[in-house]
Write a protein that binds this ligand. Structure first.
Ligand SMILES: C[S@@+](CC[C@H](N)C(=O)[O-])C[C@H]1O[C@@H](n2cnc3c(N)ncnc32)[C@H](O)[C@@H]1O
Length: 227
């Protein structure tokens, strides 16, 4: 096992804790619950697919174990809509740790496995008509400008470690670059309710809404363009 520490969360799903600062990649109240209820559902992927979208583009900031990606796929299940995901990850060792954890436990969660297996296969380069995944290894601030200039997404999963640990990814300059990649109808979701983060999202032209209560968190933050 690499130095990332496996943590079993309260809904039975596994996540990893960072080798140095110890923050977990998901809420200890439930990793799979958080992936679904904090990210995939509030970004309305299924609703968009059922309204006729044949492709949805996702900007996934902090690939981690790929559990949020699996949740996005689960929301699109049976819709015929393809997920086109650009995912940024600074530390390749988290992906190695995820694979070791899956090898040890059989899955991160049996409920997620059908979709997480597809994420792992896509990471291995397998063809999947329902998933086009590109993981860019590096600092998200450096990866973002490497997307095609006209690339726009339908959803953003903003999931770095906390503003205390990953301060750079919560800075107004970076959030403005993220907002600039959002299509008019896109939703951004994140777990933080930090006022400076919300102000930065507003400064980038987004309207901020309260995200749902998930696990032990009474709210998160949703943002989109309005008007
Ligand atoms: C909270 S975890 C993400 C969990 C992930 N979304 C999932 O579904 O498993 C945060 C991730 O962001 C990554 N990260 C931290 N700083 C980063 C940066 N500057 N650029 C890209 N990724 C970064 C960390 O290595 C970690 O894997």
């Amino acid at each position: 096992m690499t130095d990332w520490l496996p943590v079993r969360t309260a809904d039975g799903s596994w996540t990893l804790a960072h080798p140095l600062h110890g923050e977990t990649c998901h809420s200890t109240a439930g990793a799979w619950q958080q992936a679904l209820e904090r990210y995939a559902r509030p970004c309305r992927l299924r609703e968009r697919a059922l309204s006729g979208a044949r492709e949805l583009r996702l900007l996934d900031i902090g690939t981690g174990l790929g559990l949020n990606l699996a949740a996005a796929l689960s929301e699109l299940d049976g819709t015929g809509c393809t997920l086109i995901a650009e995912s940024f990850e600074a530390d390749a060792s988290v992906l190695a740790a995820m694979r070791e954890l899956v090898a040890r436990e059989g899955s991160l969660d049996p409920r997620a496995e059908a979709w997480h297996a597809r994420v792992r296969a896509a990471l291995d380069g397998a063809d999947d008509p329902g998933l086009r995944l590109r993981v860019r290894l590096g600092d998200a601030r450096a990866c973002l400008p490497n997307l095609a200039p006209d690339w726009r997404c339908d959803a953003v999963f903003l999931d770095p470690f906390s503003p205390r640990r990953d301060a750079a990814l919560w800075e107004p300059g970076f959030l403005a670059c993220v907002a600039a990649r959002m299509a008019a109808e896109a939703w951004l979701s994140t777990y933080t309710v930090s006022r400076p983060v919300r102000r930065a999202l507003q400064a980038a032209g987004l309207a901020v809404h309260e995200g749902p209560a998930v696990g032990r968190k009474r709210a998160g933050t949703l943002a989109r363009f309005e008007g």
